[in-house]
Design a protein. Structure first.
Lengths: 100, 739
């Protein structure tokens, strides 16, 4: 996993191609979110590499996106990271989220 | 009763015109009031209005008819001929009016029947009446003969019968117009049924208003008409004819009833062919010279609607206990053949469901009305069964057929019907079926509602109860209800079900299932792509089940090595006449996506086995080459199911080919992708690259080339579907496997 590969994935997370069918870049963004999930699993408990900040930034942006299915995937992924993150404020009402 | 326009009632209130529901209820209400035991003359008064000016169509009504009766006559004559639901209530009203004793004293019954006959009889002076008028008049006659007392109706039996038979048989255009309506045909059958039973009752009476010869004529013609109507193209007519035939047969004396049953059974044997092991068809005469029991009954040329009517008749007869126990073997043969019956109309829809439903009804009726002793003493040695069970008592045989129908039939209603019939059978005949109570609990009405659950879980549960259920279930999954189903998802479910069932007794059953599947595959004609799809998927599923089972069981079992040998032999499919050809995988008319999906799954399963099990014999290189060529053709396809299957197959096959071959394949895929740049094809190759990535050594240049190629496929100018496929490969195939 190199900086180069990560840069590609940042591009995928920023793919907003549209055509007459609409926002077809959303398919790519969704697949890229799955990739971020896998990357997060790999770096668990190890030191966080530099490229990860960029990926996280894109993820946060996507978690506020207008398109429902992208927003949901992004938030689910972000939430998993947030549970164990040390540099972010603690999730409030987490018990509610868990039981929901 | 104001009909169309708003006007003032007698009390001066402005009344809205009635809707049809209100008219219907009013007519019904009037018909109830007519049951009053007092003479209508005492209820009538002189200022009752006669709303419609239609009494002129009747021959002179006696002047002393009470006005209320005239008003009711006028109303009912107005509504008996309408095409809507008020007609039903109006016929009840008219019939009750005509049958009242005070009205009969006035001769109203004869006046109304004369009117009915003259309306139906075409005359040259008037144009023929509209069809709904005739339906209304026929309904009135049906209601009349059904509600009247025998003494009152005796003089009407013969004239009514003559009239109806004339409508049924004459060639005139007016009568053909009446016969073209299914409701009219159904009503005629009901009238004939009631007249036949009336004639039989009258024949027993001493003063015989109907002579013996007349009774015979009435019976013969009615029964003939019913037998022909059993094959009618409209279902309500068939329902009415079967019920009519059963009711009339019940009133006949025993040998005549037996003749009717014989006629029905004989009709069920028409056009039945027999199939030899190689698939060729012979007639019943030739089959009888050979061992008829070893041949399968082939029902493709019988008339589905005629069979529906005939089996319904059998079912009604059984429900009334008309056939003597001696005729039960032939009846049982027809019922079990009907349970497995299917034909498709030219447009592709199924027309066999009615026959199967009638068979369930028949089996339900037979379990309900015949005693355990009678049924257990039936000789089943002459019965050919679609599921090839061993010889069993009649009740056990029926139970097994019902279990198979409940698990694998494509129609939900039939599965539930078979489950209900099974429950009746087991409940009425305790201690006759193996594991009866647990069977009923497993093959439950609600459990069989969803087809995938029925095929996989219910079948597994039933087979676990006793070994005599296992083999018939496997056999039924091998035929048209399982891997031979017309739709692809059913075939996939059947394949999974066969995989699950094969594990029942570990390696012994796996061996049996593989043998049966292999022989089935070699018997399917090459152009029957759907059945081959299902069969090959089933073989793959069985191999997968074996591999999963092996990890948790005794690997030194002697039968395990037999299975391994059999699976190795499966590679020979690629070098045989029933393997996939190039045409199968490329020609559009040969449905290549099905062959590609099934073959890919097979390659994945047998490669996985060859790679994980250390064996002395290895797969011959020639066969691996052939499988490789087939796989490369599969990878070219664009359908999602095929892409998933072919990528998995590529990943497994990589484990057993040398490095040089692996490199050759990957470079071939690079070339394909470059050739299909900016076109829609190439997705299969992209997925395949992602799938085989982790099989390459960790630091090899091959891995680097694949990563570069996949990134190249994500550039903006490429088709979005291929970009998505490439990103997906990078996420799931590459990222988890790099540092």
């Amino acid at each position: 996993m190199s900086e180069d590969i990560a840069a590609h994935f940042v591009q995928f997370l920023n793919n907003y191609t549209t055509d007459r069918r609409g926002d077809i870049g959303s398919f790519i963004r969704i697949e890229a979110i799955q990739a971020v999930q896998i990357i997060m699993d790999k770096i668990k408990d190890k030191s966080i590499p530099a490229y990860f900040q960029d990926l996280l930034g894109c993820l946060c942006r996507l978690a506020a996106e207008k398109l429902d299915k992208v927003r949901f995937q992004a938030w689910t992924c972000l939430e998993k990271y947030w549970e164990n993150a040390t540099d972010l404020p603690p999730l409030q009402r987490y018990e509610d989220l868990v039981t929901f | 009763m104001p009909a169309e326009t708003q006007n003032r009632s007698v009390s001066g209130i402005l009344v809205q015109p009635l809707s049809w529901e209100e008219r219907y209820v009013m007519l019904l209400w009037l018909s109830h009031l007519l049951l009053a035991p007092f003479d209508l003359a005492s209820l009538s008064s002189d200022d009752i209005p006669i709303p419609h000016d239609n009494l002129g169509m009747l021959t002179a009504i006696p002047p002393d008819t009470p006005r209320i009766a005239q008003a009711i006559l006028s109303i009912s004559l107005r509504y008996v001929v309408t095409p809507s639901k008020e007609r039903e209530a109006a016929t009840i009203l008219l019939a009750r009016l005509a049958l009242r004793s005070d009205m009969q004293r006035l001769g109203l019954l004869n006046i109304l029947t004369d009117w009915a006959f003259s309306t139906l009889h075409p005359s040259l002076s008037r144009p023929p009446p509209p069809v709904y008028t005739c339906i209304g008049v026929l309904s009135f006659l049906a209601r009349l003969v059904a509600s009247g007392q025998v003494e009152d109706l005796a003089p009407l039996v013969v004239p009514t019968f003559d009239q109806i038979i004339r409508i049924a048989q004459s060639d005139s255009a007016a009568y053909e117009n009446i016969r073209s309506s299914a409701s009219a045909r159904k009503t005629m059958i009901k009238v004939l049924r009631t007249l036949a039973t009336l004639a039989l009752t009258l024949a027993d009476k001493i003063d015989g208003q109907v002579s013996q010869s007349r009774v015979s004529v009435i019976l013969e013609e009615s029964i003939d008409y019913f037998l022909v109507a059993l094959a009618d193209k409209d279902t309500p007519v068939r329902f009415a004819a079967s019920k009519g035939l059963a009711i009339v047969a019940l009133k006949l004396d025993t040998d005549m009833a037996a003749e009717v049953v014989e006629a029905v059974i004989g009709s069920l044997d028409e056009n039945v062919l027999y199939e030899k092991a190689d698939g060729s068809l012979v007639t019943v005469f030739e089959a009888q010279k050979q061992n008829i029991k070893a041949l399968k009954r082939n029902l493709t040329t019988v008339d589905a609607q005629r069979w529906h009517g005939l089996i319904l008749t059998l079912a009604h007869l059984l429900f009334r206990r008309a056939p003597p126990p001696g005729q039960l073997p032939e009846i049982l043969q027809s019922l079990v053949s009907g349970l497995d019956f299917e034909q498709r109309s030219p447009t592709g829809s199924s027309i066999g469901t009615g026959v199967r439903d009638a068979s369930c009804f028949g089996i339900w009726a037979i379990s309900r009305k015949y005693t355990t002793e009678e049924l257990q003493s039936v000789d089943t040695s002459t019965i050919t069964l679609p599921t090839e069970q061993e010889d069993n008592s009649a009740l056990q045989m029926l139970a097994v057929e019902l279990v198979c129908a409940a698990c694998v039939d494509p129609s939900g209603n039939i599965r539930r019907g078979a489950s209900a019939a099974l429950q009746e059978l087991i409940g009425r005949h305790p201690n006759t079926i193996l594991e009866g109570i647990p069977l009923v609990q497993i093959v439950d009405y609600h459990a069989v509602a969803r087809r995938s659950r029925a095929m996989i879980e219910v079948a597994k549960g039933a087979a676990l109860l006793d070994s005599s259920y296992w083999s018939p279930l496997v056999n039924s999954l091998l035929l048209w209800r399982g891997v031979g189903s017309p739709d692809a998802d059913s075939r996939r479910t059947a394949a999974t079900a066969l995989g699950v069932l094969s594990l029942q007794k570990s390696y012994t059953t796996i061996n049996i299932v593989l043998d049966r599947l292999r022989s089935r595959l070699s018997n399917i004609p090459h152009n029957d792509v759907e059945a081959r799809h299902g069969c090959v998927l089933a073989i793959a599923a069985t191999v997968d089940a074996f591999l999963a089972h092996r990890e948790t069981s005794d690997q030194t079992h002697p039968e395990a090595s037999t299975v391994i040998k059999k699976v190795l032999h499966l590679w020979e499919i690629f070098d045989s006449s029933y393997g996939p050809t190039k045409n199968d995988l490329t020609q559009q008319s040969a449905r290549p996506e099905l062959t590609a999906e099934a073959t890919s799954r097979l390659i994945a399963s047998i490669s996985r086995m060859a790679a994980t099990i250390a064996i002395d014999a290895t797969v011959p290189e020639k066969l691996i080459e052939k499988a490789l060529d087939v796989l490369l053709l599969c990878v070219f396809r664009g359908e999602d199911t095929v892409i998933d299957a072919s990528s998995e197959a590529a990943s497994q096959l990589f484990r057993i080919i040398p490095l040089g071959k692996q490199v050759e394949m990957i470079q071939g895929w690079f070339a394909n992708i470059h050739a299909s740049w900016k076109s829609a094809t190439g997705r299969g190759q992209i997925s395949a690259l992602g799938a085989v990535f982790h099989r390459l050594p960790a630091d090899s240049s091959g891995r680097q080339f694949i990563i570069e190629e996949l990134f190249r496929c994500t550039t903006d100018s490429e088709f979005i579907e291929k970009q998505v496929a490439a990103v997906k490969c990078l996420s799931t195939g590459i990222l988890p496997n790099i540092g």
